[in-house]
Design a protein around this ligand. Sequence first.
Ligand SMILES: C[S@@+](CC[C@H](N)C(=O)[O-])C[C@H]1O[C@@H](n2cnc3c(N)ncnc32)[C@H](O)[C@@H]1O
Length: 187
Amino acid sequence: MVVSDAAYWEARYRAGEAGWDLGGPCPVFVELLDSPMAPPKGRVAFPGCGMGHDVRLFLDRGYDAVGFDFATRPEGVPVVPLDVFEIGRRYPEAFDAVVEYTCYCAIDPGRRAEYAAALRAALRPGGLLVVLAFPVERRDAGPPFGIEESEITGVLGAGMDLLHFETPRSSVEPRRGRERLAILRKR
Ligand SMILES: C[S@@+](CC[C@H](N)C(=O)[O-])C[C@H]1O[C@@H](n2cnc3c(N)ncnc32)[C@H](O)[C@@H]1O
């Protein structure tokens, strides 16, 4: 599928067709870091981080944050050029937290379980998977490919303990009501 190739995403960025890019940190993560639910400080991975705005946010707040993306090289943000399906093999149990935002909806929907397993493998036991799922709705085509709410625990968080689940109020306007924030812990 075309979304599995870096060339597809590179072309979208080159053509200025990166409509998903918020131009700054996601307000849901800003609110999370200001709350008692903020993940403990540690090593945090951002698969499919795009221009790395959220990586920068976590770095600024004292986390050891790193992004992974096979199509972007943002300046001043640590981004490793890697296919996200490789993250568990290359970084086994290396992270205290993994933050998933708009990569799950960007990959081939037939590879979602594989992607989720890769993220879990990159987490240390007891580590947190922070999921901001978007778009939680039915869609005929993508990217972004639609997400069913049940997939958040059933696929992304399979075998993990759910610590928190909400429909955030601080989502950017076009995404309000279409996002779910979940925090899951690896056993
Ligand atoms: C929809 S964009 C979202 C970017 C970023 N999370 C954001 O919120 O702005 C999806 C990103 O995932 C990256 N991506 C998609 N599939 C990937 C893969 N298999 N390996 C690495 N990066 C991937 C793309 O290059 C793109 O930057």
